[in-house]
Design a protein. Structure first.
Length: 639
């Protein structure tokens, strides 16, 4: 007679081998029930009988470091009871033609069907990895792995990041890595993170009384402190007064680990010192008896740390900084603050085709978004730990002038393992810094210069020129700048082509930097190779539709998940210098010409539908009528 306990023992032994039961980690393995309130609530009526009542899989696994994920395992003794034919229909999102009685029998009989039954209930609050295991011996065991993303209407097969099957049990961290690679999970996590950023801003405003510049510093400093495991475990036991001191002490310890001059360590740490003595953070209040800082650390630990510990390509600090800016009065553009959207920093790294051997420079690093995206692409191509160490220690070079922003960039590098050693604080035009940059022999430059500076020496093109001059011969330099830099005459355009080659220019979406109303383009140069010597045409791309939609409260969002396909198409076109009507064109240009696709690209009339033509005619007629009415009213008023 088949014995399901044997299957459970196989699972239990394998979980032990994979260190799920190690006291040192924060993984909790529960069987048949859970102490997590949300799980208890969801399983209270999840019985497989279909009559209500409590139900639970054999194993329920969770981790405090990734609280939005659950791993559940359902076991059956007989491999014949592994999976029903109905599961394929369920995964395809099609209705299963069966009675309630047949459904009940199916989820009770089969391991995969039972696992997915529980996953459906639990997915209301969690991303659920559902594993079906059948068989009584280790040799004969069958394993299937599924993912039911939080809030999704159906599950899917969970594969590895490169599309491979998951037919064995694997370590917890690998389940999380593969699960978070899923686009729907990434999108949901990002949306939840930004919603939390809005809530956090309101909490800081109402209770912490922090300035706009201090808010992102508190976020970045806390994430650094939480990286220090003893602090992450003990912060709740500190008194409100001592917590501030301990918070700053841990940040200083993390900064001091860098093998760099003490002066640079001090520059990295100093901006956090005002928070360490902020009077509101160390007070115990009626609402928050452990203090406001404790509440902020607790919220960041629960909501943000799980995200940043998994999504290594994501500039969390920069995203919070950008979200906080939305609530700041004044004109951000006038301050030169135009933060690069995350999907554009990713695009830059792909256009530059960075690899494990690249050395990447950003002379206006900001919060480090370009360097983080570049690091992510570079590490993907690394095979050994030595190659990954070279990337972190020598492959990322940044310059940032503003002390607070420099501290944010340094914290971002710390959160990703290192990279802070090659950050310079000061003006990129400073002679000592400029000289130091040349010693790194950078082969890639990525840049979003300050926009609309009044000083002629601070023009966007001056920054681009300086970036290219800081790279080695033949390097690729990519910059995003207002389109006026490309189409208006300027003496720096002459200097640029005298020393460098203009490889490509891409016209970007008009509202890319919404709510800042600046229209931009991407320029790609080959450094230290004069344009005349290259003697080649420049490739122009018309990249006006990135698939993002402007929303009222969330800014521009990829609502339909179109960006990955658009991104890949753009990169392929650029790399192969493909020419498509309405999308791209090759044109020989000089410093006095317009550097944009619109000036040279022919309209593709084959895509113009009669309905679109009629619509434009109607708009024109309405415009004429309204214009005539306005003119008449104006005449009457004059009379």
């Amino acid at each position: 007679m088949k014995n399901e306990r044997k299957t459970e023992n196989i699972v239990r032994d394998e979980l032990r081998r994979l260190k799920y039961y190690e006291p040192a980690n924060d993984i909790q393995v529960e069987e048949q029930k859970s102490n997590i309130e949300a799980v208890k609530r969801l399983l209270k009526v999840a019985s497989k009988s279909g009559k209500g009542g409590h139900g639970a899989p054999e194993f329920i696994i969770n981790s405090a470091s990734t609280p939005d994920f659950l791993l559940i395992i359902e076991c059956k003794a007989d491999p014949k009871d592994h999976c029903s034919k109905a599961v394929a229909t369920l995964l395809a999102g099609k209705p299963i033609p069966e009675t309630v009685e047949a459904q009940t029998k199916r989820v009770q009989k089969y391991a995969a069907d039972g696992a997915l039954h529980y996953a459906q209930w639990l997915s209301k609050d969690f991303n659920v990895v559902a594993v079906a295991v059948s068989g009584e011996t280790k040799k004969a065991v069958s394993i299937s792995t599924y993912l039911h993303p939080k809030g999704a209407d159906r599950p899917k097969v969970l594969t590895t990041k490169d599309g491979g099957d998951l037919n064995v049990l694997i370590p917890w961290a690998e389940y999380i890595e593969h699960g978070t690679f899923d686009p729907s999970v990434q999108r949901l996590r990002y949306e939840e993170l930004m919603a939390f950023a809005r809530d956090l801003h309101e909490f800081m405003r109402d209770h912490a009384k922090l300035t706009e510049s201090e808010k992102p510093l508190l976020v970045s400093g806390t994430l650094i402190a939480l990286r220090h495991k003893p602090f992450a475990v003990s912060y709740s036991s500190e008194s409100p007064e001592d917590l501030q001191k301990e918070w700053f002490k841990v940040i200083r310890q993390e900064m001091n680990k860098a093998d760099i001059p003490q002066a640079k360590k001090d520059n990295m740490t100093q901006p956090y010192s005002s928070i360490a003595v902020h009077p509101e953070l160390g007070k115990a209040t009626k609402a928050y008896p452990k203090g406001v800082l404790h509440e902020l650390i607790k919220r960041l630990n629960e909501k943000v740390w799980p995200f940043i510990s998994v999504h290594h390509d994501f500039d969390v600090v920069g995203q919070f900084y950008g979200e906080f800016l939305r609530y700041t009065g004044g004109d951000k553009k006038a301050l030169g603050i135009v933060l690069t959207p995350r999907h554009i920093t990713e695009l830059f790294a792909l256009l530059a085709n960075v690899s494990k051997d690249s050395t990447v420079l950003d002379i206006c690093a900001g919060t480090g978004g370009f360097l983080i995206s570049a690091m992510h692409q570079m590490i993907k191509s690394a095979k050994t730990e030595a190659e990954r160490q070279r990337i972190r220690q020598h492959g990322l070079i940044g310059v940032e002038q503003q002390p607070n922003m420099f501290a944010l960039a340094a914290s971002n590098m710390i959160l990703r393992g290192d990279g802070k050693a090659n950050l310079y604080q000061g003006s990129c035009f400073d002679s000592a810094i400029a000289k130091a940059l040349l010693t790194h022999h950078c082969d890639t430059g990525l840049l979003n210069p300050p926009f609309s500076q009044s000083d002629v020496d601070q023009h966007e093109l001056r920054f681009i020129q300086h970036m290219l001059d800081s790279l080695k011969k033949g390097a690729i330099g990519i910059a995003i700048a207002p389109v006026g830099c490309a189409i208006a005459p300027h003496p720096v355009k002459v200097e640029l082509l005298k020393h460098h080659t203009l490889e490509a220019v891409m016209s970007m979406p008009d509202e890319l930097f919404y709510p800042v109303g600046v229209i931009t383009c991407i320029m790609v140069f080959r450094a230290r190779v004069p344009h005349s010597i290259s003697n080649k045409k420049t490739w122009f791309g018309y990249w006006k539709n990135d698939g993002f939609t402007k929303t009222k409260h969330r800014g521009r969002v990829d609502l339909e998940g179109r960006w990955p396909a658009i991104r890949d198409h753009w990169v392929e076109m650029f790399r192969n210098r493909e020419v498509h009507a309405g999308e791209s064109v090759l044109q020989a240009v000089g410093p006095d010409d317009e550097w944009c696709a619109e000036a040279y690209m022919e309209t593709d009339y084959s895509t113009l539908a009669p309905t679109a033509f009629e619509q434009e005619l109607k708009k024109y007629v309405v415009f004429q009528i309204m214009n005539d009415a306005t003119s008449e009213n104006g005449d009457e008023e004059t009379e």
